[in-house]
Design a protein around this ligand. Sequence first.
Ligand code: NAI
Length: 488
Amino acid sequence: MSIDYKIADITRHEEGRHQIRLAEQEMPGLMSLRAEFGDAKPLAGARIAGSLHMTVQTAVLIETLVALGAEVRWASCNIFSTQDEAAAAVVVGTGTAEQPAGVPVFAWKNESLEDYWWTAKKILTWPGAEQDPSLGANMILDDGGDATLLLHLGVQYEAAGAVPGPDAAENHEHGIILSVLRESLARDAQKFTRIAGQIQGVSEETTTGVLRLHQLAERGELLFPAINVNDAVTKSKFDNKYGIRHSLPDGIMRATDVLIGGKVAVVCGYGDVGKGAAEALRGQGARVIITEIDPICALQAAMDGYQVARLESVVGQGDIFITTTGGKDIIRVEHMLAMKDKAIVGNVGHFDNEIQMAELAAVPGVQKIEIKPQVHEWVLEPGTGQERSIIVLSEGRLLNLGNATGHPSFVMSNSFTNQVMAQIELFTKAGTGHYDKQVYVLPKALDEKVARLHLDALGVELTALSPEQAEYLGVPVEGPYKSDAYRY
Ligand code: NAI
């Protein structure tokens, strides 16, 4: 049977397969789930619409979901994050370039925003589901919440019988989403409502997507149960921190080749991602300055030995500026206008609204020069004698995925083992009343299991708790060892 897909270049599948093979070695959590559940196939019957950076590591996730019985359609959750060779290998699967037999992937590096929202719709619309909705997606695996958002907006506008006109668009991207939905409503008044009716649950990867899920649940609008994978300890305290500690300097170096040592680096936000970013830059010898709005995180940064300042106070000193907040308008156009010549500006928070890119483009006389893909020099006040420029990475989008290849396999194995367990949990308990239309985290015992699965590979010798010690501490010998309130 032929599969539908849209990727950059299917002939790169062997290159992707070699990388996937090496990544499997570095992803012991996922590989042990294959060994544990490969026969039982707990995901048989699951049809997962996946929206998560289409990298080599994600290929191992996708193929683990398939090994556990799931059918999958996949898109990337960012226009720049796809590794085209990984996408090719996943599409080809056990087949050939001529007769692919893998998973339908709709992702390529350097999508337009129109392409991006087309791919989001493609993973939600399954072949045959127009005639028989029960053949459609019944699970979502999301990163940043865009697949979930599109579905919820679709249902909302189908109920209203109309999608707002172009004038209602908050920005360019919102206008594209509205036009995708308008076109869909014109063809089929109930498409998204039927799709949503089949969905048993969503597992969400990142801080920003979890925020969106909580907002939906608080308004009573969440259409199905959700598991917040991000707040598994073995996700956010590992991927967000140690992952960025690797992939942020990787992205800056691949993009610019600038020596980080001796520079002044300003990191906006000192949450999990900010902590990893600051440590990485300091590790390279930069003098790091933190900006924070939360007094607890500001105090943590100070106690960790960083200067903590407002961006306005230090904007003229920084050589490198990195946003990590998950908020918006963090580096504003007035900041960029006040930066040093050739200052580097980048973001690793989930969405591109942390840096005011549209406002930068609207500065009178500004010129944009492409140094190479995903690296742009923005020349300010050209020809005035005051001419200077800043270097913006990945157009203000996730630079660790746009300019490099994202987090390495070992740390993603932790995150994705949580993802697979969340999918099993939601899918196997669907219809039992176990989960309401709320946002849940995985039980702590599973969190500890994820960590346990990664110890051997690092040669970690874990101390065993004796029954007497366990009784004294009031915890089971086999765990879990901490209360839910423990912060690690
Ligand atoms: P977090 O909530 O732990 O940290 C964000 C920090 O930013 C908080 O401490 C907050 O007080 C601070 N903040 C908010 N507004 C600010 C402002 N105006 N100025 C200065 N600081 C401000 O969130 P986490 O887990 O660190 O995630 C941050 C973002 O990174 C999210 O969008 C998340 O989805 C994304 N993320 C990106 C990854 C990547 O590979 N690039 C990996 C994991 C998460």
